[in-house]
Design a protein around this ligand. Structure first.
Ligand SMILES: *Cc1c(COP(=O)(O)O)cnc(C)c1O
Length: 474
């Protein structure tokens, strides 16, 4: 066929605009967007005909033009952020949004955020209130601290603390704790940004009490301890515990600050994990200021929580930086509801997804794996399905050495490659993100709740994921 004929067969814009499906789109969305998409799709089609000799495909694309326009318009209006199913077994997956919040908690947040709220209004006094007031007392009750506040994330906490206490002055920190957390967050760089001068003491593997004391000068404004969240130094090592730094701070009247990173509020050793220093321990040891993330082991929203002695927290609340770093109503409400569960450890474990996943017994995870495997087999997919033991991990830079025994469903496709399957799973309407181990898809059940099983199986079936004529479109 002559290319001119192919070009001539492309319908004109005004003809397309008469099409019933296009008319429908215009009613549903906007005429401008639809017309713009029509032009773009026609351009794409013309370019294809120009550059390709595949006549058959050109005819097909011309036939599908309206369908492609429809898909394109729908695609533009669909939010890009969407839920994914985390089959990686990494509980605090930084790329997958870290800590999931329970539906029940989010329902409450929605009820507050969809209308007006008392975010900064004291219902008691009928005048302006403080956004931290909703959870400050609660945090103090749970942790034993005198005062509390929260900013957007823990990197912001460190920045605010150092800017408030250490701007233009010296802050002493061990060389073994100059960590990079990921996402380019480096303790030394943050300190520099805050205007505090970093005084490094000790060596990478050993820092002694005397190293801190020798570094104290007239200019020293704080002693800082940083949790080495995502790495461990083992062997010939020595660090000074917070309990030893506190008397040193008292002796010289210098605040002792601890950046705990993860913010564990319950003793994980009870549940068979390595002991992770808790927030309460740090406060009990006498730390003046403690900060930690809201969406790591605490299992709440992204936030940086700062607690400690009232005189220091008050100074931070007044720092101009706080205005730039303050949390919004979504975070304030979510913190409020999630933290309330910590009033009872049992409730926290039950209601907070991160804690539930960490503490779920292998037996329970195995039951889930069996159910999913049974459902996948019943769907008669063109794949070999099996159960296999695996190891989940905490992730998010917390407890890097910890491995939690877990159970997975493995999927080996018969018709397509494992890489193709992985890609197709990623493009499902509700994407499923697995691991690939030894050329099989491994779906770890520790990070998947039962309510997602139906979605997984139905999507794999509906979109012919295992077949040559897969129906996924992008
Ligand atoms: C994770 C972490 C941070 C950064 O916390 P974000 O909430 O991710 O900003 C800071 N310090 C330590 C020790 C951490 O582990």
């Amino acid at each position: 066929m002559n290319k001119n004929i192919l070009f001539r067969n492309i319908p004109k814009v005004d003809v397309l605009l008469e099409d019933e499906r296009i008319q429908n789109m215009i009613r549903l969305y906007s005429r401008e967007i639809v017309v713009e998409v029509i032009r773009e799709e026609m351009e794409t089609l013309r370019n294809f005909i120009k550059s390709s000799d595949n006549e058959e495909e050109a005819v097909k694309r011309t036939d599908d033009l309206v369908q492609n326009i429809e898909r394109h318009v729908v695609g533009i209006h669909r939010p890009d952020m969407r839920p994914v199913i985390n089959g990686t077994g990494t509980i605090l997956h930084t790329n997958l949004g870290r800590a999931p919040i329970s539906e029940e908690h989010m329902k409450y947040v929605a009820s507050v955020a969809t209308g007006y709220s008392n975010l900064e209004y004291s219902l008691e006094e009928g005048k302006r209130g403080e956004r931290y007031s909703h959870f400050e007392e609660l945090l103090c009750k749970i942790t034993g601290a005198e005062a509390a506040m929260a900013v957007n994330n823990n990197a912001a906490s460190v920045m605010l603390i150092l800017s408030t206490l250490g701007k233009g002055k010296e802050v002493v920190v061990s060389r073994g704790e100059l960590v990079e957390i990921g996402g380019k967050f480096r303790v030394p760089d943050v300190m520099e940004q805050s205007g505090a001068k970093l005084v490094e003491v000790g060596t990478t593997n050993k820092t002694h009490f005397t190293d801190y004391e020798d570094a104290i000068t007239e200019e020293t404004s704080a002693l800082l301890k940083v949790h080495t969240s995502n790495y461990r130094i083992v062997g010939f090592t020595d660090t000074v515990p917070i309990a030893d730094l506190v008397p040193l701070g008292e002796k010289y009247d210098i605040p002792v600050v601890e950046d705990l990173g993860s913010g564990v509020l319950i003793d994980l050793a009870k549940y068979g994990l390595e002991h992770e220093p808790t927030v309460q321990e740090s406060i009990q040891a006498g730390a003046d200021v403690v900060c930690f993330s809201g969406d790591k082991l605490l299992g709440g929203p992204q936030a940086g929580i700062i607690i400690g002695k009232k005189k220091y927290i008050d100074r931070m609340k007044k720092n101009q930086l706080t205005r730039a770093l303050r949390i919004d109503k979504f975070t304030a409400t979510t913190l409020d509801v999630v933290l309330r569960d910590y009033l009872s450890e049992e409730k926290a474990i039950q209601n907070i997804p991160v804690l539930r996943m960490i503490t779920e017994s292998l037996e329970e995870v195995t039951k889930k794996a069996k159910t999913l495997a049974r459902m996948l087999k019943a769907a008669k997919l063109d794949a070999d399905i099996a159960l296999e033991a695996c190891e989940a991990q905490i992730g998010g830079g917390s407890l890097p050495l910890e491995r939690i025994p877990s159970m997975s469903v493995t999927v080996k496709p018969r018709c397509i490659t494992t890489a193709e399957l992985e890609e197709r799973m990623r493009h499902l309407p509700v994407p499923v993100i697995p691991r690939t181990i030894n050329d099989r898809i491994v779906i770890d059940l520790r990070t998947i709740e039962r309510r997602f099983f139906k979605t997984i199986v139905e999507q794999l079936k509906e979109y012919n994921v295992f077949e040559e004529n897969c129906l996924i479109t992008r």
